[in-house]
Write a protein that binds this ligand. Sequence first.
Ligand SMILES: [Ca+2]
Ligand SMILES: [Ca+2]
Length: 207
Amino acid sequence: MSKPVIATVEIGGPFKLLAQQIWIKAKDRKAPEMGEAITPTAVQAGSADTGTQALNLINGSGLRDLDFDGLTEHRGDPGFMWRSVKGEAKGWLEFDLGRPQKLGALCVWNHNDTWHTDRGVQKMDVSVWTQEGGWQKIRDDLPVDQAEGGDGYDEPTIVRLDAVTAQKVRFDDLASCGDADYVGLSEVQFFGPQSAQTATPVAGGGQ
Ligand SMILES: [Ca+2]
Ligand SMILES: [Ca+2]
């Protein structure tokens, strides 16, 4: 994924320096191809700060194609995001998909609070659960791209999965992008395998 940073503007705040990155994006970008969307039935978080409940991760809050270019943006207002309570910067999240589902990809929108993208997730472990198999860790220290901050954030981190079956998905051992007090995300989307991944091979057999 190309995200060239060409400039960092630093503005002196009363207590610390706040930095907002500026992104230059290629023209003619297209939305990545995804399988069928899977909507979780529930989400739990280790903690949630006031006004930033974990439900904001699965209800599409703050997601919209604001500039009509076919790519969805997540807005920069933290009221559309999940954030831990202060002092819980090593959080966890658990998503319930309702029933066993094959996963082709996760789409992780990092914490996009305009002046606090450092509250995003820098890395995390990902595990899946099924009744038969119990918990299985499928990614260790998975890196997540820091959000852009602001209303133009349209390049989430896409995690391709090999049609692994999951009824629940857990993110844990979260590490923030630098903020010592909080960790958060904006939205997490789940997708089934793309048709090429599910296509059953043509049965063999001679003529
Ligand atoms: Ca959201
Ligand atoms: Ca857009």
